[in-house]
Design a protein around this ligand. Structure first.
Ligand SMILES: [Zn+2]
Length: 385
């Protein structure tokens, strides 16, 4: 297996753009758009509210029929507070590995897609090749939602999609969904020696204990799906803040929790159980003391899970391209859930490993990059005359 010089040059180029999620991604998007436009691709941008970030959707080949979409996010997680041994935004090759932020997650896949595009074209695309490059994936798959909404304005939607997140080139045909919540508990302050207040920290604690109880029940009774690790839906509280002094009954507490659900689990039903506990078990006692007290739940982020059967067209195409019939299911989320929910069958398969993502000295091995290139070359054989 070999790697084309154009692929290496493009990985180097893309890692060089500091596209940390909190910054603008327009430089990298303009670069990708210019590269694809120069090949004659039909390009569409969808922007965020202030116009400083954009998604790129591009089509190469015929525009009158649905094709195969290669998808990736252009943003990367921050490097601050991490001990890197080299400049994270300068690609460095050492021991047959390429080091740099985004090398694994997931600029190498984008580099492969873009740098091999001229060859797809030369070989004669009979089925179109679509590209979907998003912003703000790392902060909750925010950007791609606009790109998906824009599909309504297109004459044809992609037939299926491969999201090139790092899976070690194994085909992932399902992942869990994730719903994040923020909960503010309003109480009533008073001197702690008096018994007339509403203690928001204690109310939050009872709610958190209830969520933990639901987790115990699910772990014991299911539903289970052995394809996932852990094989059940998980609930967890990650942040609690409240209270100012021990001698004040706290009037404000806030906590954040999440549900990472198996694709077939009814997340709304779990959400209803949580809010119902607040409304019926906790709030009556609180409101009897102070009517304005109680719980405010906000869903901060909701990213769908998905699960495609192994005999689905999208899964079969991807496994034919990898040459490995085994498929996986993972617990981390990607944009694939949103694409599937929008009616575009999508699998996850890309070079590099999630174990190296988000860490200092993130890297992709040359071997993985070569496997990624071989994968796309086999796709050429499928899409071209
Ligand atoms: Zn990623």
């Amino acid at each position: 297996m070999s790697i084309s010089p154009a692929v290496l040059e493009t990985v180097d180029r893309l890692v060089g753009f500091d596209s940390t999620s909190r910054k603008s991604n327009l430089e990298i998007i303009d670069y990708l758009k210019d590269t694809l436009s120069a090949l004659g691709a039909d390009c569409r941008l969808t922007r965020n509210e202030d116009g400083k970030k954009a998604n790129l959707y591009a089509t190469l080949g015929p525009t009158d029929r649905p094709g195969v979409m290669l998808s990736g996010h252009t943003d990367v997680v921050p490097v601050e507070g991490q001990a890197w041994s080299t400049d994270p935004f300068k690609l460095v090759e050492r021991d047959k590995k390429l080091f740099g932020r985004g090398s694994a997650d997931m600029k190498s896949f984008i580099a492969l897609a873009v740098s091999l595009a001229p060859e797809f074209l030369e070989r004669g695309l009979e089925t179109p090749l679509h590209f979907a490059f998003s912003y703000d994936e790392e902060v909750g798959c925010l950007g791609v939602r606009k790109l998906i909404a824009d599909f309504a304005n297109l004459p044809v939607k992609p037939r299926l999609c491969i999201v090139g997140e790092p899976t070690g080139m194994k085909v992932v045909a399902g992942h869990k969904g994730k719903r994040n919540f923020s909960c503010v508990v309003h109480g009533k302050e008073c001197h702690s020696a008096l018994a007339e207040g509403v203690n928001s920290v204690e109310a939050a604690a009872e709610m958190i204990a209830h969520i933990k109880g639901m987790q115990r029940e699910i772990r014991r009774d299911g539903p289970f799906d052995p394809a996932y690790e852990p094989p059940y839906t998980t609930l967890h509280t990650g942040i609690v803040e409240g209270g100012r002094a021990l001698n004040i009954v706290p009037n404000h507490c806030r906590f954040e929790f999440e549900i990472r659900a198996l694709p077939h689990q009814d997340v709304d039903a779990l959400t209803d159980r949580i809010t119902a506990f607040a409304r019926t078990e906790l709030e009556p006692e609180m409101k009897a003391v102070h009517p304005a007290s109680g719980f405010d739940f906000t869903i901060m982020n909701d990213t769908d899970g998905f699960d495609l059967p192994d005999d689905h067209e999208a899964v079969r195409l991807a496994t034919e391209l990898t040459g490995d019939n085994r498929t996986g299911r993972v617990s981390f989320g990607t944009e694939a859930g949103l694409f599937n929910n929008a009616g575009i069958p999508t699998v996850v398969c890309g070079p590099g490993f999630i174990e190296q993502a988000h860490k200092p000295d993130e890297f992709i091995s040359l071997e993985q990059l070569a496997q990624g290139e071989a994968f796309l070359r086999r796709l050429m054989g499928k899409l071209c005359t």
